[in-house]
Ligand binder design. Structure first.
Ligand code: AMP
Length: 411
């Protein structure tokens, strides 16, 4: 890597989208951000007028957001479109200033406990994990393959959503099922959103003026997907997502924790297929299943209008959240901070207020006026005397991926 190479391109390849950011690690700035969505959706009129869309914002040049519509057939075409937009601002992939590409990879299994430079063997290992992450790893792999083809000489790094959780002790990671069956099929709790939990727990320690090794933090990542983690001295000791992102908290469209026998019942009594049950629990449950909306803003608006279904959905969401705060307080023994993050956690003051309501005996109190402040900065929302700090810490998974990537290629 050249001494002047200080830029990192972060790629988050989903099944039909690619999100990206170009960062300059020396200057600590973001040069460009963008999103290609609806990849593979044909041109109108065959698809009812729907087509792919590319939104690109060249922050470095102080440039205007550029939006292009038009069919983008696959990830290769998407990445070429990204490269072309970056090149138009003099930030092209061929630039000697580009140090590496950092890829978000959802599932790293037990093998990948840290960010890893991608070679053929690493790619093969990520492919071997497809059976445990069929919805996510294939898109990540396509993104990696395409980026490697475009810049074969450039270091490419995989940063895994599961890596932060690989420190979980066996008693937290194992399900209480037959050990041979579990091991034969790699069934255990892996956890997800690890990049966010790592970033937010570290930032929370910073907010408290302490080293991460000195504090115990409960991180509540509440976005459309949602997960909680218990972080002791900077290491994850438990998290709410499991073999897949379905376990744990009530989410936008996922049920979270459920008696596994519900699935047998749906099969035997309701006559549903495995795929139908999968879709029900992953896509038509959670807040959307309970009240028809998965956007917390809309749910709060409906509650204000006296909508009972929205109220019940909110109450179920909060009840589950409280149970995890209680459980992780017990797991950690001593809690220094509870940190709220992601779309709901960062923006929905009523969720934060309700989640800790009645927990004063556990040292958890929220100051109403601090909680009402809207800000993009990490901040405390508990009063000074509070035994446990309650914090709002905006997550930044792209920055975390870029930092891990840059540190690895400079090591
Ligand atoms: P994420 O997955 O982190 O992007 O979070 C997306 C979710 O954040 C949306 O589904 C909304 O429910 C929620 N959200 C975003 N902004 C707000 C807001 N101002 N108030 C309440 N919820 C919000």
């Amino acid at each position: 890597m050249s001494a002047t190479a200080t830029r990192v391109l972060v790629l988050n390849s989903g099944s039909s989208s690619v999100k990206y950011q170009l960062l300059d690690m020396a200057a600590g700035t973001r040069l460009a951000v963008g999103l290609v969505e609806r990849i593979g959706v044909g041109a109108p009129p065959a698809c009812g007028g729907e087509t792919s869309r590319h939104i690109h914002t060249p922050l470095a040049a102080g440039g205007e957001k550029r939006e292009t519509e038009g069919a983008i057939a696959d990830h290769e075409a998407a990445l070429k479109a990204v490269a072309a937009e970056l090149a138009a601002d003099g930030l092209g992939l061929e630039s000697p200033e580009l140090a590496a590409i950092g890829h978000r990879v959802v599932h790293g299994g037990l093998k990948f406990t840290a960010p890893t430079v991608i070679d053929d063997a690493v790619l093969t290992e990520i492919e071997r994990l497809v059976p445990v992450a069929p919805l996510h790893n294939p898109a990540n792999i396509t993104g990696i393959r395409t980026a490697r083809a475009l810049r074969p000489d450039l270091p490419q790094v995989a940063v895994f959503d599961t890596a932060f959780h690989t420190t979980m002790p066996e008693h937290a990671a194992r399900y209480a099922i037959d050990v041979e069956t579990a091991d034969a099929h790699r069934i255990r709790r892996y956890g997800f959103h690890g990049t966010s939990h790592a970033y937010v727990s570290r930032k929370t320690a910073e907010l408290l003026g302490k080293d991460p090794s000195e504090v115990n933090v409960i991180v509540l990542h509440l976005g459309n997907g949602a997960s909680a983690s218990a972080v002791a001295g900077g290491r994850c000791v438990d998290t709410s997502m499991g073999l897949t992102p379905l376990e744990g908290l009530v989410m936008g469209t996922r049920s979270g924790d459920i008696d596994p026998a519900v699935t047998f019942h749906l099969k035997r009594v309701a006559g549903m297929s495995t795929d139908e049950i999968d879709a029900l629990l992953n896509k038509k449950s959670g807040l959307v299943g309970l009240c028809g909306d998965n956007d917390m803003r809309e749910i709060r608006r409906r509650i204000d209008e006296g909508d009972e279904r929205a109220r019940l959905a909110f109450d179920i969401y909060i009840h589950r959240l409280k149970k995890y705060i209680g459980a992780y307080s017990a797991v950690l023994g001593k809690v220094d901070a509870v940190a709220f993050t992601a779309g709901v956690g960062e923006n929905a003051a009523p969720v934060r207020e309700a989640a800790v309501a009645g927990l004063a005996e556990m040292g958890l109190v929220v100051d109403a006026s601090l909680n009402a402040v809207r800000s993009g900065e990490p901040r405390l929302i508990s009063p000074d005397h509070s035994r446990v700090a309650v914090a709002v810490v905006p997550t930044d998974e792209e920055l975390e991926i870029a930092q891990q990537t840059y540190a690895l290629v400079n090591a």
